[in-house]
Design a protein around this ligand. Structure first.
Ligand code: ATP
Ligand code: SF4
Ligand code: MG
Length: 378
C-alpha cells in the first residue's frame, strides 16, 4: 500500500433541506457532520452503525452522488487525482468509471427486460468505455467469469436467477468498468445467511485479484468482522470510532461501539455475558442533541458530555475514538469484561460438572453386578 490514501475526507458535512416545520426556519437533516476519514488503497474498509446513522449518505458523498454541504474530499489513485468537493462535470464522468456502487437489493437493481449480458454491458456503453461490440463482449465475459457466471447465464433474463446469482450479476455490472473504488452498501443484507458467505468470499477474492479498495457498509458487525481490515463506527452523522478490525473488536473504546458489539448474538444460548445493552432510539438528525450525540443513550454521560462535543482522539496505533471519557473507561470496561468472564467460566464449570455427574449416573446403571461363573439359575 502506498502512503497516500485513496480517499481522504476532512470535516465533511452533508445536509438535506426538508419540508415541514411550519413557519420560520426550514428544517435541516444533518445526515453527515464533520467527518474526517482516510481510506487506504487496497483496503476493505467497513462502515457500521444503526439505521439512520448516515452510512449510505457518507458512501454516496464519496461517490459524489449527493451534494456536499461543507468539507474537503480527495480521491487519489496514483494515476488520477480529483478534488471531489469541487469536481466539474467532465471530471465527474471520468471519476464515475473509477468509483462504483454495488446496490443493496439485487431484485430491484436489475431491469427485468434486459438479458444479463446487456445489464452488465450497459455501463460500458453509457460511459463510452469500449470502442466496439467485440470489445464490450470481451469485457463482459471477463468480468462474468470472475463473478462465476457462464455464457449460458449471460443469455438469460434476471428473473431466472436466485438472490445470490442476482447479486453476482450486480457485482459484475458494478465492476465491468474496472473501477478502483467500490462502495458496497448492505450488499449481502438481502440474502439468506447461507448465500451471504458465498457472496462475501467472492467480493473478497475479486478485491484482491483486481486490487480494489472497498467501502463496505453494513449494520451487521459479524459480517464486517469476516471481511473488513479496518472499521469506522458511525452515530448520528459522526464517526465515533475508527480502528483496524481486530483492534476494534478486541479493544472497543467508545461506549456506542461496545454496545453494538455486545448486541452480536452469541452461539451459546445460555450466554449472559452481555454487559452493555443499547436502549432507546437514535435521535432525529434534524434535531440532534447538544454536546456528544450519544449522550441521550450513554450510561456514562456526565455534564461535560451534554455541552461539549468530543473530537476524535488518538487511542492507539490507527485507533481513534470520540469520547470525553475513553481513558477512564478503559478500566471500567476491563472490570466488566473480567466479571462477565468469571460468570461465564463458573457457568461452564457447573455445566461440565452436571454432565459428568449425569454420565457417571448412567454408567452406574449400566454396570452389571459381578457374578461367579456357574452361579446362575439357582
Ligand atoms: N435525500 C434525503 N433527504 C432528506 N433526508 C435524507 C435523505 N437521504 C437521507 N436522509 C436522512 O439522513 C439520515 C441518514 O440516512 P442514511 O440513509 O444515510 O442512513 P443509514 O445509516 O444508511 O441508514 P440505514 O442503515 O437504514 O440504511 C436519515 O435520517 C435519513 O432519513
Ligand atoms: S462523550 Fe460522554 S456521552 Fe459521549 S460517549 Fe463519551 S461518556 Fe458517553
Ligand atoms: Mg443505508
Amino acid at each position: 500500500m502506498s502512503d497516500t490514501p485513496l480517499i481522504s475526507v476532512r470535516d465533511l458535512s452533508v445536509h438535506f433541506g426538508v419540508r415541514g416545520g411550519g413557519l420560520g426556519k426550514k428544517p435541516v437533516v444533518r445526515a453527515v457532520e464533520g467527518v474526517d476519514l482516510d481510506i487506504e488503497k487496497g483496503s476493505f474498509f467497513g462502515l457500521v452503525g444503526e439505521s439512520g446513522s448516515g452510512k449510505t449518505t457518507l458512501g454516496r458523498a464519496l461517490l459524489r452522488a449527493v451534494p456536499i454541504t461543507r468539507g474537503d474530499l480527495t480521491y487519489d489513485d496514483g494515476e488520477k487525482k480529483y478534488d471531489l468537493a469541487a469536481i466539474e462535470k467532465g471530471d465527474l464522468k471520468d471519476y464515475r468509471t473509477r468509483a462504483q456502487l454495488i446496490f443493496q437489493d439485487p431484485y430491484a437493481a436489475l431491469s427485468p427486460r434486459m438479458t444479463v449480458r446487456d445489464i452488465i454491458a450497459e455501463p460500458l456503453e453509457v460511459m463510452g468505455i469500449t470502442a466496439s461490440k467485440a470489445e464490450t463482449d470481451e469485457r463482459v465475459r471477463e468480468i462474468a467469469a470472475k463473478c462465476r457466471l457462464n455464457l449460458e447465464h449471460l443469455r438469460r433474463f434476471p428473473h431466472a436467477f436466485s438472490g445470490g446469482q442476482r447479486q453476482r450479476i450486480s457485482i459484475a455490472r458494478a465492476l465491468v468498468s474496472r473501477p478502483r473504488f467500490v462502495v458496497a452498501d448492505e450488499s449481502v443484507a438481502a440474502l439468506d445467511v447461507s448465500i451471504q458467505a458465498d457472496v462475501l468470499n467472492l467480493l473478497k477474492d475479486i478485491q484482491q485479484e483486481m486490487g480494489l479498495t472497498f467501502l463496505f457498509i453494513s449494520h451487521d458487525l459479524s459480517v464486517v468482522a469476516h471481511v473488513c481490515d479496518h472499521v469506522a463506527v458511525m452515530y448520528l452523522g459522526r464517526l465515533v470510532e475508527t480502528a483496524p478490525t481486530r483492534e476494534l473488536f478486541a479493544n472497543p473504546r467508545h461506549p456506542y461501539t461496545r454496545a453494538l458489539l455486545s448486541a452480536i448474538p452469541s452461539l451459546d444460548p445460555d450466554d449472559d455475558s452481555v454487559v452493555d445493552k443499547l436502549e432507546g432510539e437514535i435521535p432525529s438528525p434534524t434535531n440532534p442533541p447538544p454536546g456528544c450525540k450519544f449522550q441521550t443513550r450513554c450510561r456514562f454521560a456526565i455534564d461535560r458530555c451534554r455541552t461539549e462535543e468530543p473530537l476524535l482522539d488518538h487511542a492507539a496505533h490507527q485507533h481513534n475514538v470520540a469520547c470525553h471519557r475513553w481513558q477512564e473507561l478503559v478500566e471500567v470496561f476491563e472490570a466488566e469484561d473480567a466479571a462477565a468472564k468469571e460468570r461465564s467460566d463458573k457457568r461452564h464449570a457447573a455445566t461440565a460438572k452436571a454432565e459428568k455427574a449425569k454420565a457417571s449416573g448412567k454408567n452406574k446403571g449400566k454396570t452389571k453386578p459381578k457374578s461367579k461363573p456357574g452361579s446362575k439359575g439357582k
